[in-house]
Design a protein around this ligand. Structure first.
Ligand code: SAM
Length: 336
């Protein structure tokens, strides 16, 4: 590829994301449970055959489909967009191309000039408020978050020995994917997911569906007000990066107030200067950092930036554990 080919490819990037969205919305990927010709696929997707063929041509160019003698089949890469694929990338493809998110990204330059979020000004409500009033998209958002549960738990288990711990509180734990994975690995543990009311309810349902209903549940909680007390371990996974420094310290203070003196806090984030990340992984963290800016006026942070927040919230400077993947765990406890 020449430099100008590469540049043109980057310029077209939004169109590529929207082709993925269309493939998901049309059900193309899931209709390809076996190779199909265009006419069959068009019928199954309720689409015009001629225009569907034009989308399929792009999906073949992208390596998501193959086309042998007029029969389309999914490649292993394309299969990652199917419903139920463990990558969960379909949910991410849908979530990132929701109109309010695209609108916010269109004003990235404004966010950079202002040094603050643009989402609320453009969409009239925060991203959390929008999700609360759009249940289908809320489900997609929670599923997009849940896709990282196994990797996050692998990082947590490398960082921390749960022997003797009875109760874990996952603050802002979404639909409970991470807590569910953790409890499955650690049969003695019980847990609570503290999240917004509608998300806590879905956590209760998901944990029960995973056979963990006796040991875990969701609890409605606003982490700017209070979080459940009594945990020996508290987890804040992918929470602080959603908030600016002042808000992040407020969340830490709520957690601090709920924690007993011997309780420990695990912060799971992608710490900017943590070692071991590959170039594509680091590029992804940098892009997510801009997403945090446009949506929330927030940011990804370095270890020392997290420690500054922790100290302001009443915690000791943290230790950064070794990680088996791109997730980092910062371990800390209350100073007072
Ligand atoms: C980026 S998601 C992280 C989910 C999960 N912990 C993870 O690591 O994938 C942020 C979570 O914070 C929750 N949240 C946002 N505002 C909240 C609030 N005021 N109180 C409690 N939870 C909140 C959201 O509902 C969402 O589940």
């Amino acid at each position: 590829m020449t430099e100008s080919d590469e540049m043109l490819w980057m310029v077209r990037g939004v169109w590529v994301s929207l082709c993925l969205r269309a493939a998901c919305e049309l059900g193309v990927v899931d209709a390809l449970d076996q190779p199909q010709d265009l006419a069959t696929l068009a019928t199954r997707c309720s689409a015009n055959a001629s225009t569907l063929g034009r989308l399929l041509r792009v999906l073949v160019d992208l390596g998501l489909l193959s086309n042998a003698e007029g029969r389309y089949a999914l490649t292993t890469m394309g299969a990652q967009l199917s419903v139920g694929h463990p990558s969960g990338l379909r949910h991410l493809a849908m979530m990132q191309t929701e109109l309010p998110n695209l609108t916010a990204w269109q004003h990235l330059a404004d966010a950079i000039k202002r040094g603050s979020a643009v989402y609320k000004d453009l969409n009239g409500q925060t991203s959390w408020e929008w999700l609360a009033s759009h249940p289908a998209e809320e489900t997609v958002f929670n599923a997009a978050m849940a896709r990282r549960g196994a990797a996050q738990v692998a990082a947590v288990l490398t960082a921390y020995d749960f022997s003797g711990v009875r109760l874990v509180i996952d603050v802002g734990g979404g639909q409970g994917a991470m807590l569910g994975e953790l409890l499955t690995d650690q049969p003695e543990l019980t847990g609570i997911v503290a999240d917004r009311p509608e998300v806590a309810a879905s956590a209760t349902a998901s944990l029960a569906a995973a056979g963990l209903g006796e040991r875990a549940r969701g609890e409605a909680s606003d982490f700017f007000v209070s979080v459940p007390s009594g945990g020996e371990v508290y987890i804040l996974s992918n929470i602080l990066h959603d908030w600016d420094d002042a808000e992040a310290v407020m969340i830490l203070r709520s957690v601090h107030a709920a924690m007993g003196p011997a309780a420990e806090l695990l912060i799971v984030e992608t710490v900017l200067d943590a070692p071991g990340r590959t170039t594509p992984e680091q590029r992804d963290v940098h892009l997510v950092d801009l997403n945090m800016l446009v949506l929330f006026g927030a940011r990804e942070r370095s270890h020392s930036q997290y420690d500054k927040l922790l100290v302001a919230g009443g915690f000791e400077p943290s230790s950064l554990a070794q990680s088996p993947n791109t997730w980092n765990v910062l371990l800390t406890r209350r100073t007072i």
